[in-house]
Design a protein around this ligand. Structure first.
Ligand code: ZN
Length: 349
């Protein structure tokens, strides 16, 4: 080996010497070893050889990961994705209520729909109060869902959940009203709002009020009056809400929502303006048409700005034909999105 190194060294010297006149040779002759230092002083050249590796490692196996990484926490975005009110989802809530059957006070369907509302509110993270009251030998039950408690002034959204016992607008009928539009549609809007209001955007405390014993007056149930549950709730309020909005009979597929005569004018104007901004101007018509005895009235009478969003041009009102096919997801969505926009972006503090 030593001899070989010496020979290589001598050759290198020879060619280094020659390189003065032929500089290109050096670069072609030293590829297998690098001469890092050449001493010509003693005539005994010493070379430091940097050998090129003679062994190349060939991979003998492919790497197989032995574990997958599992995230231990979910990433929470700082800007929450807005959840939009969905008409189809609301319509499904309407259909669920219809499966309970007619829902007049004291009927099996009435108890079922009340329990369903309570379950749904709880499932969506709302605090639930059952507000019992006695009326005509019956135990009435308002249901109030609360959220954003303490965040600001109270806003009440309301709807009645009972349905009329006698369909007295169907000639000679003693059958109950199925209550798809007059009952289920208002509840559907409120429960879909419970799911979709982006509460972080709302600097108000929100109450969803489901009124009992609204619809039995004038022959619905013997001796009963209208708006019993809402009257009880308004009388027993312990805080003064900033505003109250009622939704009643809003699910009509042939939807026309006119100004209602007992409603607070400024709030009514604002809501119809929002609907117009959302493209619903053909359905929210800013002209006065009906004046209603409805669940907003006890709040109006207490000086609370209250509005009734109602479609009273409904040919199946208090008939046996008030069935789910007369309602539509689009109608529910127009009302729901208007309220959603009002609560999230247009409500004065
Ligand atoms: Zn009714």
């Amino acid at each position: 080996m030593r001899l070989l190194i010496t020979i290589i060294g001598l050759l290198a010297i020879v060619f280094t010497a020659c390189s003065n006149s032929a500089p290109t040779i050096e670069t072609t002759l030293i590829p297998t070893a690098t001469a890092s230092a050449i001493s010509t002083a003693t005539g005994t050249p010493t070379l430091t050889i940097m050998p090129t590796p003679t062994v190349t490692a060939s991979p003998t196996a492919t790497w197989t990961p032995t574990a997958t990484w599992t995230p231990t926490a979910t990433w929470t975005p700082t800007i929450p994705k807005p959840v939009l009110f969905d008409g189809i989802s609301a319509y499904e809530i309407l259909l669920i209520q219809m499966e309970f059957g007619p829902r007049w006070p004291g009927s099996p369907g009435h108890a079922l729909v009340g329990d369903y509302i309570i379950d749904e509110l709880g499932r969506q993270g709302w605090e639930v109060e059952e507000q019992g009251f006695d009326y005509m030998g019956l135990q009435g039950r308002n249901i109030i869902g609360r959220n954003n408690v303490g965040a600001g002034p109270v806003i009440i959204l309301g709807a009645h959940y009972d349905t009329r016992k006698i369909a007295d607008q169907t000639a000679g009928s003693t059958e109950p009203v199925p209550g798809a539009v007059d009952g289920a549609s208002g509840v559907a809007v409120l429960l879909e709002l419970a799911r979709t209001i982006d509460l972080i955007e709302v600097d108000h405390e929100i109450w969803l009020a489901f009124f009992d014993v609204e619809d039995q007056g004038n022959g619905g149930m013997l001796g009963f009056d209208y708006i019993i549950g809402s009257t009880y709730m308004a009388r027993t309020l312990e805080v003064m809400p900033q505003a109250m909005v009622l939704v009643d009979m809003i699910g009509d597929a042939d939807q026309q929502l006119y100004y209602e005569g007992n409603s607070a004018q400024m709030l009514r104007h604002n809501l119809w303006r929002i609907a117009s901004d959302l493209g619903y101007g053909d359905y929210f018509i800013p002209e006065h048409r009906h004046t209603m005895l409805d669940d907003h009235l006890p709040f109006v009478n207490m000086g609370i700005p209250a509005v009734d969003i109602i479609d009273f041009d409904y040919p199946y009102w208090h008939t046996v034909e008030d069935t789910a096919d007369k309602a539509s997801p689009d109608s529910l969505e127009r009302v729901g999105r208007t309220l959603e926009e009002w609560l999230e972006n247009r409500l004065p503090s």
